[in-house]
Write a protein that binds this ligand. Structure first.
Ligand code: AMP
Length: 380
């Protein structure tokens, strides 16, 4: 099936992974007239609660995956660690957007870094150490300070360790013994930004305004839009996100994370071929959400040119907010300009993304002040 073919309302979208990104995709696709099926190993997933159908099976279960694919007119994924091999196996059965090869590149830090290098995109200097290779030699090659990261299953800072001084080297040796790792130069960034880009099968592209991202313990805490960077930096990030989408052959949505160095250089940190946490602000602050844009891109509909209706700050709500019991949602929702989105997860674990809220205000500094105040209020 051609990637540019239109899949009209009434057809069925299949999503692999049943987390909050699948849930918000389902919430956008329903009113647009699509049916949405979810494939997720764990029962009672957040997306399943709002989908037309939930299938629980392992991603490696080719039989179950094939049956799922046959019921859907287009498939996409919302979780970066869906294994690429089963997706490759079911390729003849349905259309998959983005293609499995995009996922395969982005889900492994070694392939991702080499792709950036081979395609000429600026990134932090890095070295690779093969399984059972010489980690110390790799650290010497990049130099200290650096960050050691496992090649697989890395997101939200999982599987990584900073080596700030020589004294940290033994800890890295112990933690990563025998593993395939990527060692990155530590970037002393002035800030982190991201851009969410959508590309359709016909090659049409649209990019959302750049977000400034503040992480705490490696997990996104706040996204601020417009990002407080120079227009040149914002343009550079937006243009690079579109160039990456084109070079990688994206059909769907891609989040690109960047480091902005103190000298104003923009380096690519990570690619995520799906909707992105920093794009959640589009749900309330833009004329089109990243989830509607994802439906449009994978179903071959024209994309909407994103317009920011209001400055916004997105605040992630992690399970930590439940330390003293259920947070006072009514108090959060009583605040002017605050839009709450909860993901329906039953168990609140520390570090688990449970929801977010978007704070809209007349100017970005007011939104930022209100966002911090509202977040502090969550912890009573
Ligand atoms: P990652 O999962 O690779 O996106 O890393 C999560 C966060 O860790 C990033 O958003 C940065 O805040 C920090 N980080 C990762 N790699 C580096 C690096 N090479 N230099 C400085 N900070 C980093």
């Amino acid at each position: 099936m051609s990637e540019a073919q239109v899949i009209p309302a009434g057809k069925t979208i299949g999503v692999l992974g049943g987390g909050q990104l699948g849930r918000m995709l389902a919430q956008a696709a329903g009113p647009m007239g699509y049916r949405l099926h979810v494939f997720e190993p764990q029962a009672k997933c957040p997306a399943g609660a709002v989908a037309d159908k939930e299938v629980n099976a392992a991603y490696e279960d080719i039989g179950a995956l094939s049956a799922f694919a046959r019921e859907c007119d287009v498939l996409t994924y919302e979780f970066e660690n869906v294994p690429a091999a089963p997706l490759r196996a079911i390729e003849p059965l349905t259309k998959l957007c983005p293609h499995w090869s995009v996922l395969e590149t982005a889900q492994n830090r070694s392939r991702e870094k080499n792709w950036l290098k081979n395609n000429g995109f600026p990134h932090a200097r890095f070295a690779e150490v093969v399984a059972n290779g010489d980690l110390v030699a790799g650290i010497r090659e990049v130099g200290v300070p650096c960050v050691v990261k496992t090649a697989d299953f890395g997101y939200d800072g999982k599987g990584q360790l900073k080596v700030m001084t020589e004294a940290d080297v033994p800890a890295a040796l112990k933690r990563f013994a025998g593993q395939l790792v990527v060692i990155e130069q530590f970037v002393d960034f002035s800030c982190e930004v991201s851009a969410v880009v959508a590309r359709s099968g016909a090659g049409e592209m649209q990019v959302f305004p750049v977000a400034e991202n503040i992480h705490t313990n490696h997990i996104l805490d706040f996204s601020i839009v417009p990002a407080r960077v120079t227009p040149a930096v914002a343009d550079r990030a937006e243009v690079m996100a579109m160039e990456i989408a084109e070079h990688i052959g994206l059909v769907g949505v891609l989040g690109v994370e960047f480091f902005v160095t103190r000298s104003g250089d923009v380096l690519v940190n990570e690619l995520a071929p799906r909707t992105h946490n920093s794009g959640h602000c589009t749900m309330d602050a833009c004329n089109v959400s990243q989830f509607e844009q994802q439906v449009r891109a994978i179903c071959g509909l024209p994309l909407v040119k994103p317009e920011l209706k209001s400055p916004v700050v997105m605040v992630n709500i992690l399970g930590d907010a439940w330390a003293k019991g259920e947070p006072d949602w009514a108090a959060v929702q009583a605040l002017p300009g605050v839009h709450l989105h909860l993901y329906g997860k039953a168990e609140a674990r520390p570090g688990r993304k449970m929801g977010h809220f978007n704070v809209l205000a007349g100017d970005v500094e007011s939104a930022w002040a209100l966002a911090r105040e509202a977040k502090a209020g969550l912890f009573g």
